[in-house]
Design a binder for this molecule. Structure first.
Ligand SMILES: *[C@@H]1O[C@H](CO)[C@@H](O)[C@H](O)[C@H]1NC(C)=O
Ligand SMILES: *[C@@H]1O[C@H](CO)[C@@H](O)[C@H](O)[C@H]1NC(C)=O
Ligand SMILES: *[C@@H]1O[C@H](CO)[C@@H](O)[C@H](O)[C@H]1NC(C)=O
Ligand SMILES: *[C@@H]1O[C@H](CO)[C@@H](O)[C@H](O)[C@H]1NC(C)=O
Ligand SMILES: *[C@@H]1O[C@H](CO)[C@@H](O)[C@H](O)[C@H]1NC(C)=O
Ligand SMILES: *[C@@H]1O[C@H](CO)[C@@H](O)[C@H](O)[C@H]1NC(C)=O
Ligand SMILES: *[C@@H]1O[C@H](CO)[C@@H](O)[C@H](O)[C@H]1NC(C)=O
Ligand SMILES: *[C@@H]1O[C@H](CO)[C@@H](O)[C@H](O)[C@H]1NC(C)=O
Ligand SMILES: *[C@@H]1O[C@H](CO)[C@@H](O)[C@H](O)[C@H]1NC(C)=O
Ligand SMILES: *[C@@H]1O[C@H](CO)[C@@H](O)[C@H](O)[C@H]1NC(C)=O
Ligand SMILES: *[C@@H]1O[C@H](CO)[C@@H](O)[C@H](O)[C@H]1NC(C)=O
Ligand SMILES: *[C@@H]1O[C@H](CO)[C@@H](O)[C@H](O)[C@H]1NC(C)=O
Length: 698
């Protein structure tokens, strides 16, 4: 389908063969490194099962309703309104970038009409000189938010051939303008004199975000404009380098701050130690690698993954950073949009690096860090989520954090900075869009093992029409049943996660034999066929500093469940901390701020014996392979729990959160007992990193 879609689009554009051949010779000069695994065009993959339920909840929840009431989207200046949360003007572009894949992944008409309205408005109002957006002065015109707009637009162009030509036209006109601005001492990127568009340096720390849209344009619709596209990318990077935001200097053993406190010597820019920037900056060396083919940039991408994994990756997969990195202690927490960006970056990195652990990382974040910060009905979210978090309320202090307020771990509409309100929607739709990929040898691979169906045209001319349904409750169950139809035989791959054990099988009997990249090859015949994959797993214990441990089972992190009481009230304004006026909250009252406190008598202060773990199938697991509760990320909904032997301990509370292990003496109180561990994402209050203590079997 990839190729055939492109030729359909080219035909729609009425491009002559001359232009096509000019474009292809142009392409040789400006050729890009190709990924090992290519994503399919947006719209080729549809969600099934629990993942479809999740996208539907997202569409029916906050993400899918921001357009109707939320001031930074509904009243965005991009569509004729008057409200932006900062001079970056990034709010509705973030929203657009997330809602486009939701609209076309889920196939939801209401959401599609929202993004279509927005797209058409923005394109209709493209300025004479090519500028996209409402800003008319040099002082206010920043390039950064345009990167997000363009990211949304290329997805739209893939999914809807009726809009492709307009989008491509607009992107070329914009690029010519951006090129001339950048040529003029990086105008729009670097702030000169009284420029207001980026006084902190967020955009200049994210210069590579222009690369994905520009590279897309260069490959698919270069229109004899390749040189301009190429130079535009180059100047974005050069401008960032001039300013001091070259990520190549940061992702190194020497310069990467393994632990960062106020007293830590550190000579580089602040932009590098900001969690969301880091999640995005992971892609910087790779973006440059695509243009330069310099293999050291590929190695550096791998190093970046490894440094983050070792020093700042949370148990749940995100980057511990509140908004800045510090250490790996479980009270620090992580900002929600870091998880959304990590999911996108790890999926993208996997397509080039191919490391099985990188794909596992994307799943780890998608099944743990992301859902834990969103309420089961998708109407509220946290700004900061802590690994050890026995309550979620306005803390009595924010001394715990660099730059986050005491309200940040409340579930709400905008419990702290509104970037997470507008940027969280991209996480699941893009994860879906990257779940099946095509392989270099002309095959297809299922890499993120969620229930979904892919339809695509394989083969050089796209004529081998392949349809695959993956029926599974993964990650809540570990079996996947595929039903497949294909015009011609082809090679299918299933990614076998690193945690899967030797007893994993195909069709219930053949032991899996993945290659060193973790891909299990299956020859699929023409016509209809089916296939099943059964992954074998047991609970795994990860030991961490200060004699602590965390428990995983399959891709899920398990944590102590904390039953809670809930109080709610109308959402507050993140700046004034006063109730928001009704004109920016949901008219039906569905968006509320929630404070969660442990039920009276609930114990969170425990040490565990990780030698003593039992798997428990709850009564939810009787309902069969295809059935899961909806919503699933709710306490008690997932069908598999663990019981872990534990004992109550004295655990001091410091800065209104459980003290970090290592700072207090672990002394037991009373007799051991079995505690209930559940998937972390389902338990908004939880303790995930716990002191370890040997407890007698009893
Ligand atoms: C990149 O370099 C490799 C090895 O030198 C070469 O095989 C490949 O064709 C190059 N790719 C591009 C896009 O230039
Ligand atoms: C919402 O109402 C407030 C007054 O309560 C007003 O200042 C503001 O402009 C309104 N916002 C929108 C988006 O209509
Ligand atoms: C380019 O911009 C920088 C930052 O505003 C300024 O310091 C420098 O003088 C400018 N250079 C030229 C040639 O205008
Ligand atoms: C900056 O703004 C001040 C006050 O409006 C004005 O006097 C000055 O000329 C401006 N400088 C530049 C470089 O535009
Ligand atoms: C492409 O652009 C070059 C100069 O930039 C021009 O000489 C050439 O005629 C153009 N080709 C087409 C097919 O427009
Ligand atoms: C930071 O800069 C100072 C002075 O230039 C230098 O002595 C020090 O080694 C640098 N530190 C790091 C971590 O690079
Ligand atoms: C949250 O607590 C802080 C003090 O820690 C206080 O300043 C703020 O007003 C409170 N916010 C709300 C919405 O109650
Ligand atoms: C998964 O598949 C295996 C092998 O066919 C089977 O024994 C097991 O019962 C299945 N598990 C579930 C939960 O259906
Ligand atoms: C595993 O198979 C995939 C798909 O053909 C391929 O891209 C990858 O390079 C292979 N890995 C190894 C280590 O051979
Ligand atoms: C909590 O439970 C204890 C007994 O377990 C009881 O004495 C106490 O009053 C309860 N507190 C509240 C606030 O209900
Ligand atoms: C998925 O599998 C379950 C259990 O085998 C079955 O009940 C259900 O109908 C299947 N769903 C689809 C869409 O094939
Ligand atoms: C472990 O304990 C030490 C000593 O209190 C502390 O410095 C450190 O931050 C703790 N946590 C980790 C993750 O190392």
């Amino acid at each position: 389908m990839m190729l055939s879609r492109v030729s359909v689009a080219l035909a729609a554009l009425g491009l002559s063969q001359d232009v096509l051949s000019a474009a292809s010779s142009d392409n040789n000069k400006y050729s890009l490194v190709q990924p090992l695994y290519k994503p399919l065009d947006l719209g080729s993959i549809k969600p099934l099962g629990w993942f479809k339920d999740q996208l539907q909840l997202e569409a029916d929840g906050l993400g899918g309703n921001l357009f109707d009431f939320y001031r930074f989207v509904h009243d965005s200046r991009y569509i004729g309104g008057s409200t932006e949360y900062s001079a970056l003007d990034e709010a509705s572009p973030y929203w657009f970038n997330g809602l486009v894949p939701l609209a076309f992944g889920l196939g939801d008409e209401r959401i599609r009409s929202q993004v279509q309205y927005y797209l058409d408005y923005v394109l209709d109002h493209q300025q004479e000189d090519g500028w996209l957006g409402f800003e008319t002065t040099q002082a206010s015109r920043g390039l950064w938010a345009r990167c997000l707009l363009l990211l949304g637009m290329i997805q739209y162009a893939e999914a809807d051939p009726m809009r492709t030509e307009r989008i491509v036209d607009a992107m070329h006109r914009y690029t010519v303008l951006a090129h001339s601005m950048l040529k003029n001492n990086y105008t729009g990127l670097l702030v000169h004199g009284n420029d207001t568009f980026d006084t902190a340096g967020f955009g200049v720390g994210r210069t590579h975000e222009m690369h994905i849209p520009m590279q897309w344009l260069l490959e698919r619709y270069p229109r004899n404009n390749s040189e301009i596209l190429w130079e535009t990318m180059q100047m974005m990077i050069d401008g960032g380098v001039v300013w001091g935001a070259d990520w190549r200097t940061f992702w190194t053993e020497e310069n990467y701050p393994k632990i960062y406190y106020e007293t830590t010597p550190y000579n580089l820019s602040w932009v590098f130690i900001h969690g969301v920037n880091m999640a995005e900056g992971l892609r910087y060396p790779l973006s440059l690698y695509r243009n330069t083919n310099d293999s050291s940039l590929k190695s550096q991408s791998r190093l970046a993954v490894d440094l983050l994994a070792k020093y700042h990756r949370s148990l749940a997969g995100t980057i511990i950073a509140d908004e800045y990195i510090s250490d790996l202690n479980p009270s620090r927490g992580a900002e929600l949009c870091i998880a959304a960006e990590v999911m996108f970056s790890s999926a993208y990195l996997y397509q080039y690096l191919g490391g099985n652990d990188v794909a596992d990382w994307a799943e780890q974040t998608a099944f743990n860090a992301f859902p834990v910060s969103v309420t089961p009905d998708w109407w509220s979210h946290q700004y900061v989520q802590q690994e050890n978090q026995p309550w979620s309320r306005n803390l009595s202090t924010n001394d715990l954090w660099w730059d986050v307020n005491s309200y940040a771990n409340v579930f709400g509409l905008e419990p702290n900075y509104p970037c997470c309100t507008v940027n969280h929607p991209q996480a699941y739709p893009k994860f879906l869009a990257n779940s099946f990929v095509s392989t270099e040898d002309g095959g297809l691979a299922h890499v993120f093992l969620i229930p979904s169906s892919a339809s695509t045209g394989l083969g050089p001319d796209g004529s081998n029409i392949v349809l695959i349904n993956a029926n599974t409750t993964y990650p809540f169950g570990h079996n996947i049943t595929y039903s497949i139809s294909a015009t011609v035989s082809f090679t299918f791959y299933v990614r076998i996660p690193e945690w899967a054990e030797k007893a994993s099988t195909i069709n219930g009997q053949i032991p899996v034999s993945p290659n060193d990249s973790g891909l299990q090859k299956v020859d699929v015949p023409a016509g209809k066929s089916s296939l099943s994959v059964e992954l074998a797993a047991s609970p795994r214990v990860t030991h961490r500093a200060n004699n602590t441990a965390a428990i995983y089972y399959g891709p899920l992190l398990y944590a102590l469940a904390i039953e809670h009481d809930i109080t709610s009230h109308e959402p507050i304004n993140y700046r004034s901390q006063q109730p928001l006026p009704a004109n920016t909250t949901d008219p039906l009252g569905r968006t509320q701020d929630f404070q969660l406190t442990p039920k009276n008598g609930t114990i969170w202060n425990i040490a565990i014996d990780p030698q003593q773990i039992e798997i428990v199938k709850t009564n939810k697991s009787n309902s069969g392979l295809g059935e899961l509760d909806n919503p699933i990320w709710d306490l008690g909904a997932p069908p598999v729990e663990l019981r872990v032997k534990a004992v109550e301990i004295d655990w001091p509370v410091v800065r209104d959160s459980p003290a970090d292990p290592g700072t207090f003496e672990v002394t037991r109180k009373g007799e051991p007992f079995w505690t209930r561990f559940v998937p972390y994402g389902s338990s908004k209050l939880h303790m995930a990193l716990l002191p370890v203590m040997g407890l007698d079997d009893a």
